[in-house]
Ligand binder design. Structure first.
Ligand SMILES: Cc1cc2nc3c(=O)[nH]c(=O)nc-3n(C[C@H](O)[C@H](O)[C@H](O)COP(=O)(O)O)c2cc1C
Length: 511
């Protein structure tokens, strides 16, 4: 059955396929919020299901890596000597997207995962390309996060095509985790704006994957450039409903040692049909337009400046070094920080210690040092209550490990109002702010730059979530804001835009 498009209108047809145009077309405006009620009868399934259950069960993981969060973020190249076995892959899948909490839902439960997701809609799927036979028979698998089952989509045939579709795949890649997005899962609630959430969520998931791979002792690398059509085809995705968004490769012994397999075969239509998640799906034209345009990777990527340098904020007193901080407490390991992470909204008005802020900024510097994140996202924060820090709007220069005051003033309550009047946000100590010049990025890298920026913003937001989890603080991502009001409140330059916000601070102790 074909996807249905909502009634066409002039505005839809006029949207240019650029990051700035999509972001603007999906901006929230307090005076023009179209009413929308959720169609519960056609709520999308949060789990993908295939007609044939053929594959491998993930083994139980009695132990998870004990390394702490700072160490994982500090390690440039973790060293594991052996190729990952099935237990290591199982640990990584659990940390990346394991079911970590539940709440009653009718006669059953609703399950929450280790990575947050806007509206708990979980639009992203994970696939695993096993490139040697060490852990499981080489092939391409779908990762079932609910039943911990790897459904085999392809065997050896087609694996050699993976290298052709991902030009910077390391020669010694042993496994590749591929993250896709099923658009209607989020669009069911967020309509045209959903592409924002699908990408932010993908960034959170990718960061969990990257850290889980590193915590297991393997160098993990994020890939944002590949041949979308070839990969979608390899994974058996219905590209009108689902698209590959990013990859995390894991190096060990792998591709280099494997003789090339036979070419990919044509998959059964029932595999493609698994991308459908509701009997009544709506395909929003804005999403189709930006996603289609984003499939093109700019052939040559010129070096570009860091986004913090071109955002257009002037700092009256310039940047200075991050405040010196004591060593962070080793309270929580990386795995614990990931598995205990939750979105918390019960902030209390208690100032954050300057050390705590500095530890979070340190994680942001480390998460943001890859060239794509640096070039596509500028990180700032609204300090509301931080010991020894003037309230106001600050910018972080992640590469130089510096920060500076853009303007002083208490703006937490005003930002809570901007964020669709989510009043509890005013009690947070800090709002981390992820911004970009989407117009410039679009000129440099075309529509794909939207993925770079939003996935990077999600990754950076995830560092805040994990840092606060490790420090027994609370945090909550916020994708819902009136865009122009945010622009005005932050006094951003023309062309600059807020992408994402993550609130952080002390929360009420659970009894
Ligand atoms: C991209 C993104 C946007 C979000 N936006 C909001 C928001 O505007 N308001 C809110 O209360 N929670 C928001 N959340 C938090 C989600 O509701 C939360 O992640 C989800 O319910 C799952 O719960 P958990 O994070 O505790 O696992 C957002 C999360 C993400 C990742």
């Amino acid at each position: 059955m074909a996807v249905s498009y909502p009634r066409d209108n002039k505005e839809d047809r006029a949207m240019r396929p650029t990051p700035a145009a999509y972001h603007q077309a999906t901006a929230y405006d307090r005076r023009a919020m179209a009413p929308h009620s959720l169609d519960w009868a056609h709520q999308p399934s949060p789990y993908k299901s295939y007609p044939v259950r053929e594959g491998v069960s993930l083994p139980d993981t009695p132990h998870l890596p004990t390394v702490n969060l700072q160490t994982v973020y500090h390690a440039d190249r973790p060293q594991a000597s052996a190729a990952p076995d099935l237990l290591a892959l199982s640990q990584i899948c659990l940390m990346a997207a394991g079911l970590t909490a539940r709440s009653p839902h009718g006669s059953d439960y609703f399950y929450y995962r280790s990575a947050p997701s806007a509206g708990a809609l979980y639009p992203n799927e994970i696939y695993l390309a096993a490139l040697n036979d060490n852990a499981l028979p080489a092939g391409i698998y779908h990762v079932g996060v609910h039943d911990r089952f790897l459904t085999r989509i392809r065997g050896n045939a087609g694996l050699s095509q993976l290298r052709a579709t991902v030009p910077d795949l390391p020669a010694d890649a042993a496994a590749v985790f591929l993250v896709s997005g099923i658009f209607f899962r989020s669009a069911w609630k967020y309509r045209q704006r959903a592409y924002r959430y699908v990408l932010l969520d993908a960034g959170h998931l990718a960061e969990n994957l990257r850290l889980a791979v590193a915590a297991a002792g393997y160098p993990g690398r994020l890939h944002l450039d590949f041949d979308d059509r070839a990969l979608d085809d390899l994974l058996g995705l219905d590209e009108t409903r689902e698209g590959t968004l990013c990859l995390v490769s894991m190096t060990g012994e792998g591709l280099a040692n494997r003789p090339p397999g036979p070419p990919a075969t044509v998959l059964s239509p029932s595999i493609l049909a698994a991308s459908r998640v509701s009997p009544a799906e709506i395909a929003y034209r804005e999403i189709a337009v930006i996603h289609e345009a984003a499939k093109t990777v700019q052939a040559t990527r010129q070096p570009v400046p860091a986004m913090v340098d071109v955002l257009g904020c002037s700092l009256p007193e310039g940047f200075g070094p991050l405040p010196a901080a004591a060593e962070p407490p080793d309270a929580l390991g990386c795995a614990d920080a990931v598995l205990r992470r939750r979105s918390k909204r019960n902030f209390v008005r208690k100032p954050l210690a300057l050390d705590q802020l500095t530890w979070l900024l340190d994680l942001l510097c480390r998460a943001g040092r890859d060239p794509i994140a640096r070039a596509s996202v500028a990180v700032g924060f609204l300090a509301g209550q931080v010991d020894g820090l003037t309230p106001g709007f600050y910018l972080l220069d992640a590469a130089k490990r510096q920060m500076g005051l853009v303007w002083p003033g208490q703006a937490m309550e005003a930002m809570a109002t901007v964020c669709l009047d989510q009043a509890w946000l005013k009690n947070a100590a800090v709002h981390f702010i992820f911004m970009s010049r989407l117009d410039r990025l679009g000129d440099q890298w075309g529509a794909r730059a939207y993925r770079y920026a939003m996935i990077s913003a999600g990754r950076l937001g995830h560092a805040v979530y994990l840092g606060t989890s490790a420090l027994a603080l609370g945090s909550c991502g916020i994708g819902a804001f009136y865009d122009d009001e945010a622009h005005r409140l932050l006094r951003l330059a023309p062309g600059a835009a807020l992408l994402y916000l993550v609130a952080a601070g002390s929360v009420r102790k659970e009894s």
